[in-house]
Design a protein around this ligand. Sequence first.
Ligand code: UDP
Ligand code: MG
Length: 321
Amino acid sequence: MTGHSPQGPTVSVIVPCYNESENLPALYARMRDVMDSSHEEWEMICVNDGSTDETLDRLIQLYQEDPRVVVIDLSRNFGKEAALTAGLAHARGQCAIPLDADLQDPPEIIPRMLAKWREGFDVVNAVRISRKGESWLKKISSYAFYRAINCMSIVEIPPNTGDLRLLSRPTLDALKALPERRRFMKGLFAWLGFRTASVYYHREPRHAGRSKWSYQKLWQFALDGITSFSQVPLRFASYLGFVVSGLASFSAIYLVARTLLKGSPVKGYPSIMVTLLFLGGVQLMALGVIGEYLGRTYEECKQRPIYLVRRIWSHKDVDEA
Ligand code: UDP
Ligand code: MG
């Protein structure tokens, strides 16, 4: 782990990019206008997350035109959370701001976040008041996910807060020191605590291109979130076990009593089948829940790196993190 150099800029903006070539020119132009008018020293760290289009070429072009642009090329697609982790690891600023490349979160709110940071807050969340251009299914599933995870989780994960936020240097260093491989960023940010403020904004539709999140990926993301921040499903499995075995003992007593009093009619095939199937189902479900956690434990203990860097383009000396 590396600290930042004292000569570093004030603000590091981190942009994970996966097939975002169409968005990059507009993103850069808007970022530059906003940051230059804020009179802060800044750098823009773009992480190419194994894009298959011209994203890398465009990024290198930006790097050649503007020395404040740093490009980190990962060896393949590692996913957004890993790309963000790579960018944060290389941030040299006194604060860092992760920003999506698709301009859904307008860079224009950055000065408001910086103002809060200057007031002394360590984390400034950008909370969306509205989300244009997203399907109702996505909005409903997102609402359900936050309700579910906040019922179970050890920390309160704010809904309607994407990855756009400001992190002060102490927060960033704390985040970098967290060792887990599966990085459910929203949860990690919430887990850190620190003095937190919010700014509010309207989320725009994507500038160009498509969202990289299929429903399958979102489901995976939700499972990662819940298993990283809650053990309630494990506990639920054992409670269910207690309830089912309680019910089973009652029915055993009833069956024995009935046989003693009335003799055995030697029917009962349906009740046996029902019990058998029910218990089988419950057991499989509990095993599945345990398996989800076990699989993640396995992955954590392999200790593989979160991402691999192929090459870095930077006008400054960067530490390999
Ligand atoms: N992204 C990435 N790696 C991936 C998927 C996405 O770096 O495997 C980046 C993407 O380029 C964008 C950001 O993460 O800058 C958010 O992605 P997207 O807009 O697809 O997500 P959504 O806004 O739909 O949640
Ligand atoms: Mg997006």
